[in-house]
Design a protein around this ligand. Structure first.
Ligand code: HEM
Ligand SMILES: *[C@@H]1O[C@H](CO)[C@@H](O)[C@H](O)[C@H]1NC(C)=O
Ligand SMILES: *[C@@H]1O[C@H](CO)[C@@H](O)[C@H](O)[C@H]1NC(C)=O
Ligand SMILES: *[C@@H]1O[C@H](CO)[C@@H](O)[C@H](O)[C@H]1NC(C)=O
Ligand SMILES: *[C@@H]1O[C@H](CO)[C@@H](O)[C@H](O)[C@H]1NC(C)=O
Ligand SMILES: *[C@@H]1O[C@H](CO)[C@@H](O)[C@H](O)[C@H]1NC(C)=O
Ligand SMILES: *[C@@H]1O[C@H](CO)[C@@H](O)[C@H](O)[C@H]1NC(C)=O
Ligand SMILES: CC(=O)N[C@H]1CO[C@H](CO)[C@@H](O)[C@@H]1O
Length: 329
């Protein structure tokens, strides 16, 4: 009997710990339902009104969400101009961030939200919601965005460099990088699928056009006709750092599955895109993907939602910033 009592106490304890664990430290759908019921609507309205006038921003804002989440978790650290510890050497300054766009868009959304409920909605949640809504308004898939993220107070350029995988990544470094954020190979493939929208600057891939024989003496994994075309029409010299190139040229503003078709035809722009075909696991997943529909693959419990939960700060951790580019003083 004593044993049974111990067991039931143990079960009660487990349930209590379980409840505490789930109400504290986790995101939830419509977190601001009581504190700022209009928040998600204000954000959505702003995006739905502005993005159709500047559709290329949708890609930039999705990429910003990725760069936020991979460094110190999704905590808005990518938005900071300055912190007391790093001064102006924040994530923004790091090489992978030099091509980020959309910071003033986020400031505009924050202003609209602050006008309704000052000091309630985090910049980290704004980035996550804006990324999803931007993709949806351009005709892309929907994914759920639970909220309740808090904003971080640290932003360090070296950490961005260390955590954002470079476009020269091979399969094993991509796998390691994503695994360190709790993302598996399926997530890696689906998230790389974001390269179905948006643009790149030449330096992110020009070594595949100009220098591939120098690297381990290997032949480029980029389709040779495509490479020749890019050299002739786009990245005319290895020093070109201003020309932009669509990653999925035939439908670069449409979030579809054509990125995966390109990757299979050796026309993925980056080494990291091509790397997805060097593993049997990811290659067979891509072969499966191209048979399906895009909405199906990004639906819950999808990779995008998982990315949005990386190392989030909740409860009383961090703060709710007043201005997204600055920690509260
Ligand atoms: C798998 C590792 C990844 C690598 C190595 C990578 C690398 C890059 C690079 C080098 C660019 C172009 C930057 C430039 O030269 O302008 C780019 C653009 C972009 N990336 Fe990724 N990326 C990765 C994963 C992701 C993920 C997970 C997402 C979002 C879910 C994403 C979304 C985007 C978007 C939307 C753009 C276009 C941005 C624009 O048009 O301004 N990428 N990526
Ligand atoms: C920034 O991050 C790097 C690498 O983790 C670390 O060595 C450095 O001390 C950090 N800088 C500051 C000011 O915290
Ligand atoms: C960062 O601050 C230093 C001085 O503290 C200044 O020389 C430099 O120009 C600043 N860089 C940027 C990008 O603002
Ligand atoms: C992948 O890239 C990493 C980092 O550059 C390197 O250390 C590793 O040897 C590479 N792996 C293969 C299989 O080429
Ligand atoms: C070209 O290849 C050489 C030899 O491997 C290497 O040292 C150099 O950094 C490469 N240049 C570029 C732009 O990739
Ligand atoms: C881009 O290239 C120009 C000319 O080659 C150079 O002056 C400039 O510093 C480069 N910018 C970057 C960010 O590398
Ligand atoms: C952050 O920097 C950007 C430009 O680099 C500037 O437009 C913005 O006003 C700054 N925000 C704050 C709060 O300092
Ligand atoms: C968006 C942004 O802040 N970009 C910066 C990236 O870093 C370069 C070099 O430090 C800055 O000139 C850009 O303003």
């Amino acid at each position: 009997m004593a044993k049974f009592g111990d067991l039931s106490n143990f079960l009660v304890l487990c349930i209590l710990v379980g409840i505490a664990g789930s109400s504290y430290g986790q995101l939830q759908l419509n977190f601001y339902a009581k504190s700022c019921p209009q928040a998600e609507k204000i954000i959505q309205d702003y995006v739905y009104k502005q993005i159709p006038n500047a559709p290329s921003l949708a890609a930039a804002l999705l990429r910003m969400h990725f760069h936020d989440c991979f460094v110190r978790g999704c905590d808005g650290s990518v938005l900071l101009n300055f912190t007391s510890s790093t001064k102006n050497q924040t994530e923004k300054v790091a090489v992978p961030n030099q091509t980020l766009r959309g910071f003033s868009f986020i400031d505009g959304v924050k202003k609209a939200v602050e006008a309704e409920c000052p000091g309630v909605v985090s910049c980290a949640d704004i980035v996550a919601l804006v990324a999803r809504d931007s993709v949806v308004v351009t005709g892309g898939p929907y994914w759920k965005v639970p909220t309740g993220r808090r904003d971080g107070e640290i932003s360090n350029a070296s950490e961005a460099l260390a955590n954002i995988p470079p476009p020269t990544s091979n399969f094993s470094s991509l796998q390691t990088s994503f695994a360190s954020k709790g993302l598996d190979l399926k997530d890696l493939v689906l998230l790389s699928g974001a390269h179905t929208i948006g643009v790149s600057h030449c330096p992110s891939f020009s070594s595949r056009l100009y220098n591939f024989t120098g690297v381990w003496g290997k032949k480029s994994s980029l389709d040779s006709e495509y490479a020749a075309n890019l050299k002739m029409k786009k990245c005319k010299s290895i020093n070109d750092n201003t020309t932009i190139v669509e990653m999925d040229p035939e439908s670069s503003s449409k979030f579809d599955l054509s990125y995966f078709q390109l990757v299979l035809r050796r026309k993925g722009l980056f080494q990291s895109d091509a790397a997805l075909t060097t593993s049997a696991t990811t290659k067979s997943f891509i072969n499966q993907l191209v048979q399906g529909s895009v909405k199906q693959f990004y639906a819950e419990p999808g990779a995008m939602e998982k990315m949005g939960k990386i190392e989030v700060k909740t409860g009383s951790a961090g703060e709710i910033r007043k201005h997204c580019a600055a920690v509260n003083s």
